[in-house]
Design a protein around this ligand. Structure first.
Ligand code: BGC
Length: 359
């Protein structure tokens, strides 16, 4: 059996370039760095004692974002003049590994990754008391806060890069988490009351009639990314009744008994497989609720899905929700991503939490 912990570190390091983490170099579409994935890969590496790797990522992200400060200023000017924004006015969701904006068409207007990065950066700075990194990153942080303050109520693609016209509680939770984290280090950067306004909005509009959080406003299904509302972004605590109801519904609707977690019931991407990183997220929730054995079972399932070389895929196809879609994705883009660095990052994070519990 491979040493999954060691392999995760090796795999992540092998696909880190000048700070940027590729999502998955071997998959045709993922040779880019996403802030959403990167924030979690860095968090996992930090938990595994690989602070230099995490720090290099945060430095890369900060300098990459600053390259586009003119773009943000132009967008804010347009908004101030009441002009209509175009898709190309927004910051992208992923960057080339050298920080350029890619030329390929992609559903770019997604805000959650920026919240994730702000949250992750603050965790790293606090863990290492790395004021030098914070000072270096502050101009980028300030830029993003201005960007998010202007755009948070706008519909934008969700974390799965879908549903451009909808407003997603998981995205808003990431913004809430990122902004509250920044406020602990630099209160002057965050407009007074902004995180609270986001929270109030989610609680007023993002809860279905029977009390669970919903995939997007007007769609009462669950999505596994709703776990983010508590973990880590703490828009509510894990024992909040609305979160517990969401968790029950996730278990019932999108967790295969004895197996992994799907993104959402209607998923057709690569036939809608079980996602390793989401299974680890569910393990995290179980752990927080004191259900350590269940958390261990979920982590063991993830390990059992790794390849012989320890590579952890994005998703596995053994029990697809929509098998009729599988072949067309493979024909379009080749087999789905493996290894996916985000899966490995989450694995490092969960195993560090489990280790803490057993000490
Ligand atoms: C997922 C995103 C992810 C990207 C890179 C997409 O398929 O929907 O959440 O950031 O892959 O891993």
């Amino acid at each position: 059996m491979p040493d999954y912990h060691r392999r995760s570190i090796e795999i992540i390091r092998a696909e880190q370039f000048d700070g940027a983490y590729a999502a998955s170099m071997s998959f045709s579409q993922y040779g880019y760095s996403w802030l959403r994935d990167g924030a979690w890969i860095a968090h996992g590496m930090d938990a595994a004692g690989q602070a230099d790797s995490a720090r290099a990522f945060h430095q890369w992200a900060a300098r990459t974002l600053l390259r586009y400060s003119g773009k943000v200023d132009a967008l804010l000017d347009k908004l101030a003049r009441g002009e209509t924004l175009h898709e190309s006015d927004y910051l992208p969701t992923r960057f080339e590994l050298d920080g350029r904006i890619g030329q390929e068409d992609w559903p770019d207007f997604q805000l959650d990754g920026y919240g994730a990065w702000l949250w992750g950066l603050v965790q790293h700075v606090n863990k290492h008391d790395d004021r030098a990194l914070w000072d270096e990153a502050c101009p980028a942080v300030s830029l993003l806060v201005r960007y998010l303050a202007a755009l948070w109520p706008s519909p934008n693609y969700d974390c799965w890069e879908e549903h451009r016209q909808q407003v997603h509680p998981a995205t808003l939770a990431a913004l809430y988490g990122g902004l509250t984290a920044v406020r602990t280090l630099a209160p002057e950067l965050v407009p007074v009351g902004l995180p609270e306004a986001i929270r109030v909005f989610v609680l007023a509009h993002g809860v279905a009639a029977d009390g669970h959080f919903m995939k997007f406003l007007g769609n009462a299904n669950v999505d596994a990314s709703l776990l983010w509302l508590a973990l880590p972004y703490r828009l509510v605590e894990v024992d909040d009744p609305r979160f517990l109801k969401t968790l029950d519904k996730i278990e019932h609707d999108i967790h295969r008994a004895g197996g992994g977690v799907y993104r959402y019931r209607a998923d057709t991407y690569f036939g809608g497989g079980e996602w390793l990183l989401l299974t680890l997220w569910l393990a995290w929730a179980r752990l927080e609720l004191g259900q350590v054995d269940e958390a261990r079972r979920l982590v063991a399932w993830v390990e059992s899905q790794a390849g012989p070389d320890g590579a952890m895929p994005e998703q596995v196809a053994g029990h697809l929700l929509a098998p009729e879609y599988y072949d067309q994705w493979v024909q379009k883009w080749g087999t789905s991503a493996s290894p996916l660095l985000w899966s490995h990052g989450m694995y490092l994070w969960l195993t560090s939490l489990l280790k803490e519990r057993s000490e």
